[in-house]
Design a protein around this ligand. Structure first.
Ligand SMILES: Nc1ncnc2c1ncn2[C@@H]1O[C@H](COP(=O)(O)OP(=O)(O)OP(=O)(O)O)[C@@H](O)[C@H]1O
Length: 242
């Protein structure tokens, strides 16, 4: 759980965020004054019906997309006041993103995929290799470092994607339906892994999922409804802070 020595500043703050898209002559408002605060050490689940704005929210927090109104702060830095280049750098350094469709690069080996976030930050050589191997071991794929992604099963590919997202030890992990393409058992394994690694690293994970069991193990459960977030405690909060 969240250790008292860790950074107590909010990791992410959304202040009355609105996001609209132009659609022909009309405007579609997807987020309508959404506010949210996330801290390190929190394992948070995001629910909501299809089209309710879950992916939009992740894209805004990661700086891939920009809010129409309101403020989004990551570690106290206002994304709206940053240049595109600065947002890209912040995303590379501070965010790990896991997609439903894995999004591994097919021309790179498993190990090269996991090393990629480190290479983009200029961390090459032996240190990057050692980190990739350590992570591949933790996700149970140490024997597959030299394989190409298309030789792996869906569950294995998603485990590589988890390892890649964690390579640079980002404080913020965003996952958009990371088990959507996996069978129930494999999906559970990937979520176990994600939860374990997140809690060990004192990161915050915000996970969009339709897995029914996830709310029980989350610290917080957010539901996107009518452009806003409705919150209830997750099952992990009732178990104490062991
Ligand atoms: N670039 C865009 N241009 C126009 N409309 C968009 C754009 N991106 C998203 N939308 C609209 O915003 C709404 C929310 O989309 P979003 O992908 O965030 O929903 P979601 O909750 O993640 O859905 P799902 O569970 O189906 O993935 C949808 O109505 C979608 O059509």
């Amino acid at each position: 759980m969240h250790s008292p020595s860790s950074d107590l500043r909010p990791l992410v703050e959304l202040r009355a965020v609105t996001k609209s898209y132009a659609e022909g002559d009309s405007v579609r408002e997807v987020l309508s004054g959404t506010s949210l605060t996330l801290h390190r050490g929190e394992f948070v689940v995001l629910l909501g019906r299809s089209g309710s704005g879950k992916s939009t929210l992740l894209n805004l927090i990661s700086g891939i997309d920009q809010a129409t109104q309101g403020e989004i702060l990551v570690e106290g830095r206002d994304l709206g006041r940053m240049k595109e280049k600065e947002r890209t750098l912040l995303r590379r350094e501070r965010v790990g993103f896991i997609f439903q469709a894995f999004n591994l690069l097919p021309t790179l080996t498993v190990e090269e995929n996991v090393r990629l976030p480190l290479e983009l930050l200029g961390r090459t050589g032996a240190e990057a290799g050692a980190r990739a191997h350590e992570l591949l071991k933790r996700v149970g794929l140490e024997g597959r470092a030299k394989s190409f992604p298309d030789r792996l099963s869906g569950g294995e590919q998603q485990r590589v994607a988890v390892a890649r997202a964690l390579a640079h030890a980002p404080p913020l992990l965003l996952a958009d339906e990371p088990t959507g393409n996996l069978d129930e058992e494999t999906g559970k394994h990937v979520l176990d892994l994600l939860e374990g690694l997140t809690r060990q690293g004192d990161a915050c994970a915000l996970i969009v999922t339709h897995e029914p069991g996830m709310a029980a193990r989350a610290d917080r459960v957010l539901t996107m409804e009518g452009g806003r977030l409705v919150e209830r405690p997750g099952g992990a909060r009732n178990k104490g802070s062991s």
